[in-house]
Design a protein around this ligand. Sequence first.
Ligand SMILES: Nc1ncnc2c1ncn2[C@@H]1O[C@H](COP(=O)(O)OP(=O)(O)OP(=O)(O)O)[C@@H](O)[C@H]1O
Length: 228
Amino acid sequence: MLSIQHAELCYGTKVAFSNFSLEVQEGDMVSIIGKSGCGKTSLLYAIASLLPLSRGAIATQGECSIMFQQDRLLPYKRVLDNVLLGLPKKMEDEAQALLSLVGLEEKTNNFPKQLSGGERQRVALVRSLIRNPRLLLLDEPFASLDEQTRERLQDEVKMYVREHQITLLLVTHSISEAVFMGRRIIVMTKEGISFETENPYHELGDVRSKTQAFELQQTLRLHLGGNR
Ligand SMILES: Nc1ncnc2c1ncn2[C@@H]1O[C@H](COP(=O)(O)OP(=O)(O)OP(=O)(O)O)[C@@H](O)[C@H]1O
């Protein structure tokens, strides 16, 4: 579904990340964590073909959807119209269903400025899901949500992605989120992948409460440099 070989991306002469290689199978769920500025967002942009690589190659199969850190909603369009942007009107029922899935069924006629930051993020999430992507790229999708909403949305997205056999690449600062969402977890540095592990607890009913999953979090913390 996704093949990245020795990818490097530069902004002018500044290297955002280099020597990044990764193969992802269809339907897999991969979390990427790494220190601020190590190039995670730039990597997602490169995968979505929004920025060119300066070295290496990226190949993807099928429709790829990206949800940005900033919601990028159009301020003069209502929630439903933001979701349906560029799509046929006949998809309205699907849009409504997805908005309900993220708890926004009451807000479909609101303008973005009438929503909280977390609600706007959820609209952005719906906007990327409705395109029925084969590869979904999420950049800190739950960052501005309160804990309860975040956990509920993590559950919903995990189920949705599984049910639709979507391949997921999720960038996050949160180790617990990486462990909850990812079947594979990757620690990224500016110079490529410094640590990678499969997550044996991904399938467990409530992975959040499993002691072993906490141990995995501890391991990841060490690989991140113990600064969090
Ligand atoms: N448009 C740009 N022009 C120049 N440098 C940039 C630009 N965007 C990002 N950078 C730099 O590239 C590096 C990687 O940035 P990027 O946003 O990809 O990192 P990140 O890992 O996603 O960071 P964070 O976790 O803080 O969101 C950083 O050093 C950043 O300052």
